[in-house]
Design a protein around this ligand. Structure first.
Ligand code: A5A
Length: 477
């Protein structure tokens, strides 16, 4: 049994184990094992991410070890990461001449090579990505899929452009891409421009996607950084302009980790277990024959025929003809989030009918075997996704409130979720808010989602009264 989702932290801790996503018994803090079922889910989610990137990025692989001399070159970058780096200091018993960092992210692995790859304006834009593990010595509370010391599924894209504006255009493209990805997962997000004190180390600015978890805390599920020519200057990445001059490239990078799977699980799941959108469910359809003594043959036969038909359509379908009782089977496949369930008993088999139910709904209904067509399944899958999306948006809305008083704001983010305020954007006013509200300023809205109506973008700063912008504040993971 799972703890009720109301106790979100316990629920999350249990569901990832009971649904066989992760084994959390690995004896190093912040490192976890992907179980076969979890890894299939990961593969399905990441194949979508790959599909989106492959439209106009090339996949690459850069090494996991970065010489200390490269990692330390960009001042802001190393300042941001120095207390999070794992170091390799020895080869066998020999101390290394130059210590090697386990990549916390790959700017300083890639950019010295970008310098060699980029010669002329014809080499631009350069757009590459890799999906690799990265290491961060996190000191905040570590949690599977959410805060890892080995991030196993770090998708990082890196691009280079001719100037600031073209890089900015890429930032917009990346935001669009991430929107498409999270819309596909039916996970709602808020898009903020992070305040200066919280931007990626070395970036000109950072745009972040946050989702609201069931306990009201936000989870940063993706970031897009405009790097301007900060790294280009450090790593001397120049190109020859059409008129024969030389100029520094302007760069962007953007990343997503297995937090996308944490959000998928947390936003859609319920007291019974996972609820997965059809496209990413490792098992999309389960068929459960209900057997009574003496009447097995017809039921078994129709179940098998249904199985063959659905397999023929190309679905990931499972015929559960194990000896367990039907109730135990329902429980097991609900826990695993199987979106569509068919049951076939003697009564149905007699008439050539099947009973259908969906993971997110209580009701069951029966239709004839012949009515189970590919078109119908696709429609059910789409309807299921729409229900998940609507439910998730309603939940997100219920966790967002607007405030013009700092005590009310503090109260809200403590118990409910994201507080919206007007803030002028100065560091001083930001600090006042963070201290009084005991939460983090997520930033000004980069875009207000269309499901969040009725908010003006501009208003008076809650602290100083000067012109301010609609800004999110929350407790964060
Ligand atoms: N090079 C850029 C892309 C970069 O490293 N950006 S980042 O530091 O913001 O990380 C990208 C994303 O990885 C974050 O938005 C967050 O969703 C995720 N992430 C960061 N640290 C993580 C950790 N310790 N565990 C799991 N996910 C993490």
């Amino acid at each position: 049994m799972l703890p009720p989702k109301q106790n979100f932290s316990e629920w999350f801790h249990e569901i990832i184990q009971q649904a066989e996503i992760m084994d959390i018994r690995y004896p190093v803090k912040g490192l976890y094992v992907w179980c076969p079922f979890g890894f299939k889910l990961r593969q399905l989610v990441y194949s979508k991410l790959r599909e989106l990137l492959d439209r106009d990025h090339d996949e690459v692989y850069f090494p996991a070890l970065i010489p200390e001399t490269e990692l330390g070159k960009e001042g802001e970058h190393i300042k941001g990461f120095e207390d999070e780096v794992f170091w390799v200091t020895h080869g066998g018993l020999e101390p290394l001449d130059v210590k090697l960092a386990l990549r916390p992210t790959s700017e300083t692995a890639m950019y010295p090579i970008f310098k060699l790859w980029i010669r002329s304006h014809a080499d631009l834009p350069l757009k590459v990505y890799q999906i690799v593990n990265t290491f961060r010595y996190e000191t905040k509370h570590t949690r599977p899929l959410i805060r890892l010391r080995e991030i196993t599924s770090f998708k990082e894209a890196h691009t280079a452009h001719r100037n600031y504006e073209e890089a900015e255009e890429q930032v917009r493209e990346a935001v669009k891409l991430y929107k498409e990805f999270y819309d596909f997962l039916a996970v709602p997000y808020l898009i903020f421009r992070r305040p200066d004190w919280d931007k990626f180390p070395g970036a000109d600015y950072t745009i972040a996607f946050d989702t609201i978890m069931p306990d009201g805390r936000t989870l940063q599920i993706g970031t897009v950084h405009h790097l301007a020519d900060n790294f280009a200057k450090t790593f001397d990445i120049k190109y020859e302009t059409p008129d024969g001059g030389h100029a520094y490239v302007h760069q962007t990078c953007y990343g997503i980790s297995e937090r996308c799977i944490a959000s998928l699980i947390s936003i859609h799941g319920d007291d019974l277990g996972l609820i997965l959108p059809f496209e990413v469910a490792p098992i999309q359809i389960v068929i459960i024959p209900i057997l009574y003594k003496g009447k097995e043959t017809q039921v078994e036969e129709l179940s098998r025929r249904l199985f063959e038909k659905l397999k023929g359509y190309g679905y990931r379908v499972l015929l559960d003809d194990s000896d367990e009782r039907p109730g135990a089977k329902y429980y097991k496949w609900e826990l695993k989030g199987v979106p569509i369930r068919f049951e076939i008993g003697p009564k149905e088999a007699e008439k050539g009918d099947v009973v259908v139910s969906f993971r997110d709904e209580k009701k069951k209904f029966s239709i004839s075997f012949d009515e189970v067509t590919k078109e119908r399944i696709e429609r059910w899958a789409e309807e299921l996704k729409q229900r998940l999306r609507n439910r998730a948006i309603e939940m997100a809305k219920s966790k967002i409130g607007f405030f013009d008083d700092l005590d009310d704001l503090a109260n809200w983010i403590e118990r409910r979720g994201v507080g919206l305020i007007y803030l002028c954007g100065s560091t001083e006013c930001g600090e006042v808010v963070e201290e009084k509200a005991k939460g983090s300023v997520l930033g000004m809205f980069e875009e207000i989602p269309d499901w969040l109506e009725g908010f003006e973008y501009r208003g008076r700063c809650i602290v100083c009264g000067e012109e301010g912008y609609l800004t999110g504040v929350a407790k964060t993971y």
